[in-house]
Design a protein around this ligand. Structure first.
Ligand code: ATP
Ligand code: MG
Length: 555
């Protein structure tokens, strides 16, 4: 069958298809180049899935490369977490795992090549002087007095830089481009600096390190990357990227393409803020379920499929905007809806006693795991005289349109019988402690009962069989109503971002759940077994998302 609907292509796909059509590249290669200086977040997931997806779509390759040219902030710990996160997302770099630091020799040779071509020089100006000489957006820069050093002198000084003869900041190597260029990035940018620092992979072999704008195009060219996709803030750096690949005469120059970063409402993505939340003990590490690092999303119970759906819905664009966090919630609901069993858990239990049900009797009710997906099979749920129901499913004096339990009213116990509230008991503080009901044996679910109707259905667990569990409910970590930041630039924290419920009662099958397993708790939402704090037989559940939302997909 022919597909009548023309598939709309994003602007990057259009560029790639044109390049393939015109024979610019036979085989396309993309890459994801994180700096190992923190945990990956949802924005990085977009970049990963975009690059991996494009390589897959056009039968190309996807490279994984750690952009570890800046030894100050990099840590091995981050290398491991980044690899784990990318694997979890499902992006496969096969045998193409690279480190920019493996190219330091080649970058050094590239710098020598530029010097020999008269396209780079060693400069003795201080950082402040360089800034001063650079000019501004409205005024041109002026030439450094060291700009016209001879090739021989530059070669010797650069070698001295490499050999550790200068202190940090004493000398730099600069590209010789144009101090009056309207693009400040082209005003003789620094390409190598002296930094006596130990690198996490090369140790003390180097005391000079290349700058990002020089290193990145070289890394791409060495790996045969064809489409080097980055975010918009690098748009003004593209002329420099192109200058580097041109002057170094790479046979198949890579092409830089920029797209807009992904921003989300209601969440914190900035490393600076997250680091502070971690250090101040406000969150439980970088994977606290209230954060949107990939590790946090995973711990909360998001799936790779839901993140992929989200990223695809966001699309690729050239202008910055924020996406509603509710769209991410929509995606996880859609993903789990048919995939996961629907179980019964009571978060705020109160006892319900069926006075006319035999004291020792236990019935094992056959229950569909997911009414909308028979493939998930069935399970049995024990039913007996004493149950727990959620406190909010009973009211002494109900408002209009309250169809759940109140004195004299009849409701359906999900998968079970109709029960009618006959009386209730309160303690000294006025808190309801027991609800007494009678049941109608004729109304058992699945018996073909077609009698009277009731308007409310509530969930429950058998008091004798239920297992106690901890459940954690989450809200946004920032108080969006006040605005993300206060006057001093600190985050406006939401004091209710975490609610811990310690007395929840769950059906026995749920107590056997494994870490990272997720479920729908009927009428309440989707929950995932916490991977850090659960122990065998004693799961701790994170609420991923509630069931209902007013969110509608934009047309
Ligand atoms: P951050 O400062 O938020 O951690 P970064 O740009 O410093 O981000 P890098 O490790 O340097 O992080 O980036 C790796 C890749 O991920 C880059 O190609 C970058 O453009 C991309 N990236 C980073 N943030 C986002 C985002 N919010 N949306 C899409 N892509 C992003
Ligand atoms: Mg960075």
């Amino acid at each position: 069958m022919e597909n009548q609907v023309a598939e709309s292509k994003n602007f990057i796909e259009q560029i790639i298809e044109k390049d393939i059509e015109e024979g610019c590249y036979e085989h396309i290669t993309t890459r994801f180049p994180p700096e190992p200086n923190g945990y990956l977040h949802i924005g990085h997931a977009k970049s990963i899935l975009l690059n991996y997806g494009l390589a897959g779509k056009y039968n190309g390759s996807f490279n994984m490369r750690f952009d570890d040219t800046n030894p100050t902030k990099e840590k091995e710990e981050f290398v491991d977490s980044i690899k784990e996160d990318i694997k979890w997302l499902g992006a496969d770099w096969e045998d193409r795992l690279y480190f920019a630091s493996d190219y330091f020799d080649k970058m050094y040779e590239a710098a020598i090549k530029l010097i020999k071509k008269g396209k780079a020089y060693v400069c003795d100006l201080t950082a402040d002087e360089i800034r001063e000489y650079r000019g501004t957006l409205t005024s041109p820069g002026k030439d450094s007095p060291y700009r016209n050093r001879t090739v021989e002198e530059n070669l010797e000084l650069f070698e001295n830089m490499k050999d550790g003869k200068y202190a940090d900041g004493e000398k730099v190597l600069r590209a010789k481009i144009d101090m009056s260029s309207p693009n400040i990035n082209m005003r003789d940018p620094i390409i190598y600096r002296v930094a006596h620092m130990t690198h996490h992979r090369t140790g003390d072999k180097w005391c000079i390190y290349p700058m990002y704008d020089f290193a990145h195009p070289i890394e791409d060219a060495i790996e045969g990357v064809t489409h080097s996709i980055c975010t918009l803030e690098f748009e003004d750096h593209r002329p420099l990227y192109d200058w580097v690949v041109r002057e170094l005469e790479y046979p198949h120059p890579p092409k830089q393409i920029e797209f807009a970063k992904l921003y989300l409402t209601n969440v914190v993505t900035g490393k600076r803020y997250i680091k502070k939340l971690v250090e101040d003990g406000i969150v439980d590490g970088w994977d606290d379920p209230r954060l949107v690092s990939i590790a946090a999303l995973r711990r909360r119970g998001f799936t790779p499929e839901s993140i992929k759906m989200f990223v695809e819905l966001c699309g690729v664009s050239k202008s910055n905007s924020s996406v509603d966090y509710a769209m991410l919630e929509y995606c996880i609901r859609e993903d789990l809806k048919l995939k996961r069993p629907r179980m019964m858990a009571v978060l705020d239990p109160v006892k319900l006693i069926i006075d006319n049900y035999p004291e020792d009797k236990v019935e094992y009710l056959d229950v569909d795991n997911n009414q909308e997906n028979p493939e998930l099979g069935t399970r049995t749920v024990p039913f007996c005289r004493e149950l727990y129901i959620d406190r909010e499913d009973f009211m002494e004096e109900p408002p209009k349109k309250y169809f759940r339990l109140f004195p004299g009213n009849e409701v359906r116990l999900m998968h079970g019988y109709f029960v009618k509230c006959e009386s209730f008991i309160k303690d000294e503080d006025g808190k309801v402690t027991e609800i007494h009901c009678t049941y109608d044996p004729e109304t058992k679910c699945g018996t073909g009962f077609t009698g009277r109707k009731v308007k409310g259905t509530i969930h429950w667990v058998s008091a004798r069989h239920a297992v106690n569990a901890e459940v954690r409910l989450y809200e946004n970590i920032v108080d969006e109503e006040k605005g993300k930041l206060d006057e001093e630039g600190n985050l406006n924290l939401n004091p209710n971002s975490l609610t811990v419920l310690k007395n929840c009662m769950i059906e026995p099958d749920l107590a056997r759940a494994e870490p990272a397993e997720s479920f729908q708790f009927v009428r309440q939402g989707y929950f995932c077994v916490d991977t850090k704090d659960s122990t065998k037989g004693k799961p701790v559940f994170n609420r991923i998302v509630s069931l209902k939302s007013s969110f509608k997909l934009p047309k």
